[in-house]
Write a protein that binds this ligand. Sequence first.
Ligand SMILES: C[S@@+](CC[C@H](N)C(=O)[O-])C[C@H]1O[C@@H](n2cnc3c(N)ncnc32)[C@H](O)[C@@H]1O
Length: 287
Amino acid sequence: MNARNGTESQAFGGAWTREKLSILQRYLDAYTTALKNQPFSLMYVDAFAGTGRVALPGKDREDLRELIRGSAAIALNIQDKRFDRLIFVEQDSDRCSELEGLKGTHSGQRVEIIRSDANQFLKSLQEDWREWRGVLFLDPFATEVEWETVRRISEFKALDTWILFPVGAIQRMLPTRRLPDEIDPAWAQRLTTVFGGDSWRELYGRSPQGTLFGDEEFGREPGSDGLLRIYKAQLANLFGSRLLEVSRPLRNSRNSVLFELLFCVGNDSPKAIGPAKRIAKHILDHL
Ligand SMILES: C[S@@+](CC[C@H](N)C(=O)[O-])C[C@H]1O[C@@H](n2cnc3c(N)ncnc32)[C@H](O)[C@@H]1O
């Protein structure tokens, strides 16, 4: 099965995919239970929804695919308190058709399938946020999430958001032994869209002792710490204490970080921030 094939289920990932989906499931369970007696309607927004199924290499035999629930199916199957409304955004029409099939097997629930670019959808989303609270899952393939979208989400003050920040893809776009102006212009433009400006260029500079970048006098700070530090600092500026300081690197079988899973609370009242961060941190610490 092809990883980019929109039919059947999606095939990609490995242990880190299970990890991210387990974290999501635990949070959705805890979230709906915690807000069960609050006077809000609850929504789940899956902005990169996929198909509702993921085919992973088998735990025992890699050549045998194992089908597991994807994020959309996980959200539909949250039991204790169900979401009042689920919005699945997906750009690919075949995947939308699969989502329609999934919706058909959950006829008692209010499900909206929206074929759209996630950024466009989220930037134009308008709701009565006095009535609604919810969870948003941003699970792109790579660098699809724009900073402008994250900024917009922070203004809703209603959606607790899990973001997969594509550390691995960004690292590949940032050669260590060049100057920022030598980066492919299309990549540079993409990075500027993801970071909402040129902050990523701060990773490049002259080595103070001439050693930081190996033999080169100029270059990029090696590794992924720097780019994560910059992105987290920007999130902290935007979300303030709503950003959970702890995050989870998701690594492939060669131990390289593919994504960093980050969490921001939606609502800015201390009554919302404290419990949401405690739950998310507990899950990240124990899973
Ligand atoms: C990593 S997969 C999501 C997997 C899903 N969360 C799951 O657990 O099953 C990313 C999905 O985003 C879709 N996608 C890619 N770019 C998109 C965009 N700009 N807007 C909406 N969907 C997009 C892809 O077609 C793909 O199905």
